[in-house]
Design a protein around this ligand. Structure first.
Ligand code: ATP
Length: 584
């Protein structure tokens, strides 16, 4: 993605809506800042009085008074700094927390194809690394910069008040300082975005390998993956190195220029004191203010580099926030008529995956499925069986045609209503890394323990769950690694039973199991199918024979519909599929 030409601050301003709820905290921080800055600025004048009247005028009273005032001022500065530091850091943490929540809420509503185009590690990195960067910048650097900026401006005003001639010398240098800030700042920002991107790559890479750890180890690819990973890390380091170089150069140049100006000024000022054109106290005050201004400029320039980095991170976050889900609930959804049980119609559905616009995955698919009917979908690999399910769940919308529940286009229903009618038992059972309770209750969060147990029983899962070390409280490991394939499937079926949807989608639930587990899973499925409209993607004839009807698909089209007996007579493709089954 190209870096926009907007300045870093403008990009950061897009975060304003996140700061707005806390505007009073911000006001408090600014008040604390004004207090400390104002008090610090009086210190120069105190130094002037201290030297001219206390030291040189040898007045003990004046010395005492000035020092007492300075002590009071220091108390103000300490208190104000505490308040500023606390509030600003609080703001940084708060805003980051809100931002993370907002981004997560956005992510989980995005259309599934978004996750085909964007790797999960990359998205995770935005949620964690980018927001952390913003937190450190809003929470500390920005507060530091703001303080430095106010000191710089205030110091400048005091310089003018103290001595105009010397001030003009200092000012001559300012443009010289600003040029490198602008040049280097822009480079830092571009590199920073690149740097964040490559850190995301590192995270994505590691995530993928960890997920596939068994494949990696069984193929003895450890050293290969190590080398590949270290290439990713080194790539990130190279970009970071370029960025650091730019930033260090920027800081060095600014310091050099600032202190050259101060040296010149000291020489001119010293000359004036020697010739009686100004007092020693005035010069001391002037040097104090000049140092404030110089250190202000130095730290502002340093933070400007940070701001550019934050702008890079913000851009990535805003990009994600601006993503619109392609699958939306309609603004005024129609109510789903549920007087009668749900029936399902597909009417001339045409669909291509967005990533393959030229290859129809489904073409002219029309079929009506009556309430309570069980329909098996068969067909060779790639025929479009799973795609059909994806459309029913509205993970994608067809480009043409309609899918209707009780006569209403599912696009006109609220997503919640439409999806509430359907439960999916996917081909690959994937569980959450939590306990059995959580995994089954996912189907109905408010279910009682008894309901969860009943669902487990109906799914023929109760027996093995109770034998687990901690029963329903047993932790199942990431993706449920601590269970066998058949056990995982029965947990998923229990979840679907608990969900109690009207339509059940079963994706080849028994294909990967041996005879014994298949029998158990099949029993669970039969139970789940009772009184429900069921669509089953099946390769096995045992499942297929029990179905009321079969849909034979090939190349995204429905080629035949009928009972097993009918199709054995009339459908050449079905005959072929069935023959292959019997051979197996
Ligand atoms: P199998 O029995 O092997 O699971 P299937 O009948 O379920 O096959 P689908 O998964 O529906 O087949 O795939 C139909 C076609 O769409 C295939 O050509 C497949 O390559 C393609 N396809 C599936 N998923 C995607 C995707 N996310 N993006 C692009 N193309 C896809």
């Amino acid at each position: 993605m190209a870096i926009s030409s907007k300045s870093g601050f403008k990009t950061l301003l897009q975060l304003w809506p996140f700061l707005l709820p806390y505007k009073w905290v911000l006001v408090g921080a600014l008040a604390a800042l004004a207090l400390t800055a104002g008090t610090t600025l009086t210190m120069g004048k105190s130094i002037q009085v201290l030297i001219d009247q206390g030291f040189i005028g040898e007045s003990l009273d004046q010395l005492n008074q000035t020092l007492i005032w300075m002590f009071v001022a220091v108390i103000f500065i300490a208190g104000g700094t505490f308040a500023r530091f606390y509030t600003v850091t609080w703001l940084g943490e708060r805003v980051t927390a809100d931002l993370r929540q907002a981004i997560f809420s956005k992510i989980i509503t995005l259309h599934p194809s978004y996750f085909e185009e964007n790797r999960s590690g990359e998205i995770m990195s935005r949620l964690t690394t980018d927001t952390t960067l913003l937190q450190s910048i809003i929470g500390s650097s920005l507060s530091f910069a703001l303080r430095s900026f106010v000191m710089m401006v205030g110091g400048l005003v005091m310089l003018f008040i103290t001595n105009i001639k010397l001030t003009l010398i200092v000012l001559a240098v300012v443009p010289l300082v600003l040029i490198p800030i602008m040049v280097f700042g822009r480079r830092v920002r571009t590199l920073s975005r690149k740097s964040q991107d490559s850190i995301a790559d590192v995270g994505t890479y590691a995530g993928e390998i960890i997920q596939q750890i068994k494949t990696v180890q069984s193929y003895r690819h450890e050293s290969f993956e190590e080398a590949a990973f270290s290439r990713e890390v080194e790539k990130a380091f190279t970009v970071a190195k370029q960025r650091i170089l730019q930033r260090s150069s920027l800081i060095a140049i600014v310091i050099l220029l600032s202190f050259t100006a101060i040296g010149t000024m000291l020489w001119v000022g010293g000359y004036d004191v020697m010739h009686g054109n100004m007092t020693g106290g005035e010069l001391a005050a002037f040097v104090f203010y000049a140092l404030l201004v110089a250190s202000g400029v130095a730290s502002v320039s340093e933070v400007l580099g940070e701001v550019q980095r934050a702008a890079g991170a913000t851009e990535r976050l805003i990009e994600l926030m601006d993503e619109e889900s392609l699958i939306q609930s309609p603004k005024a959804p129609q109510p789903l008529i549920t007087e009668h049980a749900i029936h399902l119609e597909l009417d001339d559905v045409n669909f291509q995956y967005p990533s393959r616009p030229d290859t129809p995955a489904l073409s002219h698919v029309s079929v009506q499925i009556k309430t309570g009917e069980s329909v098996a979908i068969v067909g060779p690999s790639g025929a479009g069986k799973s795609t059909l399910f994806e459309l029913l769940l509205r993970f994608y919308d067809p480009q043409q045609g309609q899918i209707r529940l009780n006569g209403t286009d599912i696009k006109a229903l609220s997503l919640d209503d439409a999806r509430h009618q359907i439960a999916l038992v996917p081909q690959q059972p994937i569980l959450f890394s939590s306990d059995v309770w959580h995994n089954i209750r996912y189907g109905k969060p408010d279910a009682t323990d008894e309901q969860v147990k009943a669902a487990a029983k109906a799914a023929y899962a109760l027996e093995f769950i109770e034998k687990l070390p901690q029963g329903f409280d047993s932790y199942l490991g990431e993706n449920g690694v601590r269970l066998s394939g058949g056990q995982k499937q029965r947990i998923i079926i229990a979840r679907a039973i608990l969900n109690d949807a009207n339509i059940l989608l079963l994706d080849e639930a028994t294909s990967a199991l041996d005879g014994e587990s298949e029998f158990k899973v099949q029993q669970a499925l039969d139970k789940a199918m009772e009184n429900r409209t069921t669509l089953i993607i099946a390769h096995r004839l045992s499942t297929v024979k029990n179905a009321d009807r079969l849909i034979v698909m090939d190349h995204g089209e429905i080629v035949d519909i009928g009972t097993h007996m009918d199709l054995m007579q009339t459908s050449p493709l079905y005959q072929k599929l069935a023959e292959r089954q019997f051979e197996d």
